[in-house]
Design a protein around this ligand. Structure first.
Ligand SMILES: Nc1ncnc2c1ncn2[C@@H]1O[C@H](COP(=O)(O)OP(=O)(O)OP(=O)(O)O)[C@@H](O)[C@H]1O
Length: 364
């Protein structure tokens, strides 16, 4: 399968980066440097070009260099069906960002997002194994929204209806009729979300288990399952909403529906949060990201770039080596940041970059 690749990256006034104009390697780009030098800022620029979001949740204000009013990042992207150029200008002070796709305003944000989707791992993703179900649901929703803009629209419809229903549940004199008027929309949108998530988990679960097994060097009894609160059918959700109305009124929120579904990650048949070692949790999260990459590649017919922030510090030496061996077998362009480039056991197709005080140079 062909890969989507960043062929040229340009940045001006982006965070602490000095003016940047570089031609990344087609396979592995190892970005090293001490703490606080700008490695993640570089990865954030690539991620923003692909997803129009900062993976640190930063507003535009923070992306612009402290002594500038606006920042520009741009890239040439190669890969089927055609090469493209992406250019974004973000401003300080609330002015809307400007997007140029092949030098023209894109027809929609969805058009832009379809050009070069990326898969990102950053240390905050450990929340997927160590935190509650919210982060895991959000991962499923993010993957599905990336693959299908209509999923994102259904998610927005569901969220809006749920918030309205919850607001009415909390009123001093709740109006049952008004509350239940939202049930059909919660049920129909909810069933679409639940079925799509169930299907996605059927695809990512075997990949996650296989990859985690490979990194851990053997079979561990690992399971990845979708556990819906209510079976994802319109009738079942509607029935559950009716059944729990009295309880919902007492608690002031809607208990039933896909907002309460779980993506269960289990080791030895117990939740990874409490029963997996830190190394196993990290492995599981990296394996989930590789699964995301594989599933996304299959759906869009191209391998998206993989961005790994500070991945070498997540695993011990042996597991690191196994992880990099696995990456070497997979196709596609990879960018990874590290403070210890010597720990990155990649021989072929490797280009090293060094970042110091925001200046990015080719390392030899
Ligand atoms: N808008 C901004 N303008 C100027 N400098 C900024 C801006 N935002 C962040 N920085 C600086 O960028 C640096 C952090 O860069 P970055 O997060 O990329 O570090 P890193 O090399 O990934 O480090 P670590 O290894 O610690 O993760 C800090 O020195 C910070 O002060």
């Amino acid at each position: 399968m062909e890969a989507l690749r960043f062929e040229q990256l340009f940045a001006r006034q982006w965070r602490n980066l000095a003016p940047l104009d570089l031609a990344p390697g087609a396979r592995f780009n190892v970005i090293s440097g001490d703490n606080g030098q700008g490695k993640s800022n570089l990865l954030e620029a690539l991620c923003y070009l692909g997803s129009l979001q900062s993976f640190r949740g930063a507003p535009a204000e923070e992306l612009v260099s402290r002594d500038a009013d606006s920042a520009v990042i741009a890239a040439k992207v190669s890969g089927p069906p055609a090469p493209h150029t992406l250019k974004v200008r973000v401003h300080r002070g609330g002015k809307a960002r400007e997007l140029a796709l092949d030098d023209k305003r894109p027809r929609s944000v969805a058009t832009w997002l379809g050009v070069c989707p990326v898969v990102l791992f950053h240390p905050g993703d450990l929340e997927l194994a160590q935190g509650g179900p919210d982060a895991r649901r959000a991962l499923l929703d993010a993957i599905l929204s990336e693959m299908d803009p209509s999923y994102a629209a259904t998610l927005a419809t569901y969220g809006k209806a749920l918030r309205s229903r919850n607001r009415l549940l909390r009123e001093e004199m709740p109006d049952r009729r008004a509350i239940t008027s939202f049930d059909p929309i919660v049920a129909s949108a909810g069933a679409v979300l639940g079925r799509a998530r169930e299907e996605l988990v059927r695809e990512i679960a075997p990949v996650t288990v296989r990859v985690a097994g490979e990194i851990l060097g053997g079979e561990i009894p690992l399971e990845v399952r979708y556990v819906p609160r209510v079976p994802p059918s319109e009738e079942a959700i509607l029935e559950a909403l009716v059944r729990s109305l009295d309880k919902d009124l007492a608690r002031g929120f809607t208990a039933e529906g896909p907002h309460a579904d779980e993506l269960a990650l289990e080791v030895h048949a117990r939740g990874a949060k409490h029963h997996a070692s830190q190394g196993q949790q990290r492995t599981l999260v990296l394996a989930l990201k590789v699964a995301e990459l594989e599933v996304l590649a299959k759906r869009i017919g191209r391998v998206p770039p993989l961005l790994l922030d500070d991945v070498s510090s997540e695993l011990d030496r042996t597991r690191n080596e196994r992880f990099f061996a696995l990456l070497a077998e997979m196709g596609g362009q990879v960018f990874l940041t590290t403070t210890h480039p010597e720990l990155i056991r990649l021989a072929e197709g490797r280009v090293d970059w060094h970042v110091e005080a925001g200046r990015v140079t080719r390392a030899v």
